[in-house]
Design a protein around this ligand. Structure first.
Ligand code: P6P
Length: 315
């Protein structure tokens, strides 16, 4: 059995960076514990509810953010936190080398129906400033709170999967994971079809045509509505995740956030041999304009991402 500690010891990165990943792994263990019994304690992630003691309940998004912040404050290697739950970045007392950007509880609208949600994080050097391209990431990862509690990590060259055991130890369950280059499974919210651009319509139509269409194979569609759940499926069995720019999201630049959703997921998928694009640009090359910037996100099996980019190239 290889634990997270064993795996980190074998990685050729500096100990300070390993400690940052360790901090997020420890925070994820605590978040998992809260989520596991949330329906009992009356914490379902819905705003405006009161818990069983009648106390004003903090949303689980905020509870998770507090857990992350408490762990980060204890790591002298971390000096800045960017979080989906905080309007501004937090400058910590520590003058550490690293910055963490995180969505502490992505997909929390799924909590009250017990669907897999997750914590997503990206690690960068603080000296590079808040608005660095995804290629500057030093590490990325997510925890998936599902039937098992998974932790998926990369330092940029390979992607590893850990599973939390009964003793609260992260055990390596898949190392150097590879995203299948070809796949017949796509993930998109088809209820948004009326907002789609021509490229998205064209790509999806080819899939729907199945054996009768240009791909010559039956496709399947899966959309959990929780990015971590959809991405984890794609990492483990291939597929493509799509939240493209559409006529409704274009004014905001997209739906999903660049710094703490798109970039870390793109690094994890690319380190596993997959590809990531906005449709017209590699996600990791996007130069951020703000810490909560949104971007279109299309990533997963390389051949499928290539096919989508081919549709965008038609103009
Ligand atoms: P839609 C969850 O709210 C989230 O941010 C991602 O986790 C998920 O992939 C997406 O939004 C779902 O969006 O439009 O299908 O509700």
């Amino acid at each position: 059995m290889t634990t997270l500690s064993d795996w980190l010891a074998a990685q050729h990165v500096d100990d300070a960076l390993k400690s940052v990943v360790g901090t997020m792994a420890a925070a994820s263990v605590d978040i998992a514990a809260v989520l596991r019994t949330a329906p009992i304690s009356g914490q379902t992630g819905l705003a405006g509810q009161t818990n069983v003691q009648g106390e004003a309940q903090k949303e689980l998004d905020v509870v998770s953010n507090d857990i992350v912040l408490n762990h980060i404050r204890q790591n002298p290697q971390i000096s800045i936190l960017v979080s989906e739950e905080l309007d501004e970045e937090v400058h910590l007392e520590n003058q550490g080398r690293y910055m963490v950007a995180t969505d502490p509880l992505d997909g929390s609208s799924n909590l009250d129906v017990n669907v897999t949600v997750g914590t997503i994080f990206s690690v960068l050097e603080s000296a590079g400033g808040l608005l660095q391209q995804g290629t500057a990431q030093k590490a990325a990862g997510y925890a998936a709170y599902g039937p098992a509690t998974s932790l998926v990590l990369t330092f940029g060259t390979s992607t590893a999967v850990f599973t939390l055991d009964d003793a609260g130890v992260w055990v390596l369950t898949a190392d150097a994971v590879k995203v299948q280059p070809a796949s017949a499974e796509y993930a998109i919210n088809t209820a948004r079809e009326r907002f789609w651009d021509a490229a998205t319509r064209g790509y999806v139509a080819e899939n729907v045509a199945g054996e009768t269409g240009p791909t010559g194979k039956r496709h399947n569609m899966r959309w959990v509505g929780s990015m971590v759940a959809d991405i984890h499926r794609i990492l483990m069995r291939g597929g493509i995740f799509m939240y493209p720019l559409d006529s409704e999201t274009v004014s905001k630049g997209g739906r999903l956030r660049l710094l703490y959703e798109a970039n870390p997921m793109a690094l994890l998928i690319e380190a596993a041999g997959g590809k990531s694009t906005t449709g017209t640009q590699r996600i990791l090359d996007v130069v951020p304009t703000g810490i909560h910037q949104r971007v279109p996100v299309i990533l997963g099996s390389a051949e499928e991402v290539d096919r989508v980019e081919g549709w965008y190239a038609r103009g």
